[in-house]
Design a protein around this ligand. Structure first.
Ligand code: PGA
Length: 250
């Protein structure tokens, strides 16, 4: 059974103090679902300390593909483990489009995450133009082909995939639950073809892009959507708590 997962990506928001207050406010509301938060690097240790002993998982928003070395400004997998992170977001659209990360770099980051003992949360999705040109499946195919190259069956049991159409991120214009479901079904079918159908059935697939309390229930009601990756609406504790509570009912 796929346990619903509500994940928050705080991007470049929150000081250490703000992050800890948020985590403390959230802890009493954890129930059956998985709840994950990706704070900025500077707040990671404080958040993992605040979440200690709870089911809340704290992760990084990125990592460098190298083990260690002369990479000024970068963070390694080992450093994320050291501060208590359990997962890491890889290939977020802002990393791909603002920081020009290629599919190949993303693949190396997935390797590095596994080698470091982190669960990779791989983000994929098409741009507005690709969407308009009806190239979505081609784009997802390319992103998945490269990112999952060399990933073993055993590793696939851990990896999480988030489908995040770039045009829906931060735009207030979420994909319709029907479209999101269609794409999730397609991704599961892809996994079934490239690995095996029973494994594909076990992989957690998240939707991301302008998720909020108003559209969450309809998204979670879709058979192939196992959870959500939330940006803007994860920054406000009462809003995020409301979403966790909604998720617990599914
Ligand atoms: P959004 O961001 O919820 O603000 O659209 C989602 C994301 O970037 O993962």
């Amino acid at each position: 059974m796929r346990v619903p997962l509500i994940a928050g990506n705080w991007k470049m928001h929150k000081t250490t103090q703000e992050a800890v207050q948020f985590v403390q406010a959230l802890l009493p509301y954890l129930a059956k679902n998985r709840v994950w938060i990706a704070p900025p690097f500077t707040a990671l240790y404080a958040c993992t300390q605040a979440a200690k002993g709870s089911a809340l998982q704290i992760g990084g928003q990125n990592l460098n593909e190298n083990e260690a070395g002369a990479f000024t400004g970068e963070i390694s997998g080992r450093m994320l483990i050291d501060v208590g992170a359990s997962f890491v977001i890889i290939g977020h659209s802002e990393r791909r489009h603002v920081f020009h990360e290629t599919d190949l770099v993303i693949r190396k980051k997935i390797d590095r995450a596994f080698l470091s003992g982190l669960i990779p949360l791989l983000c994929i999705g098409e741009t507005a133009e690709e969407h308009r040109k009806k190239n979505t499946q081609e784009v997802l195919n390319r992103q998945l082909d490269t990112a999952l190259q060399g990933v073993s069956h055993q590793q696939m049991h851990q990896l999480i995939i988030a489908y995040e159409p770039v045009w829906a991120i931060g735009s207030g214009q979420s994909a319709t639950p029907q479209l999101a479901q269609e794409m999730h079904q397609w991704i599961r079918h892809y996994l079934g073809k490239h690995f095996d159908p029973s494994m594909a059935n076990q992989v957690t697939l998240l939707y991301g892009g302008s998720v909020n309390p108003a559209n969450l229930a309809d998204l979670l009601a879709q058979p192939d959507i196992d959870g959500v990756l939330v940006g803007g609406a994860s920054l406000d504790a009462p809003t995020f708590i409301q979403m966790i509570q909604m998720g617990n009912k599914t």
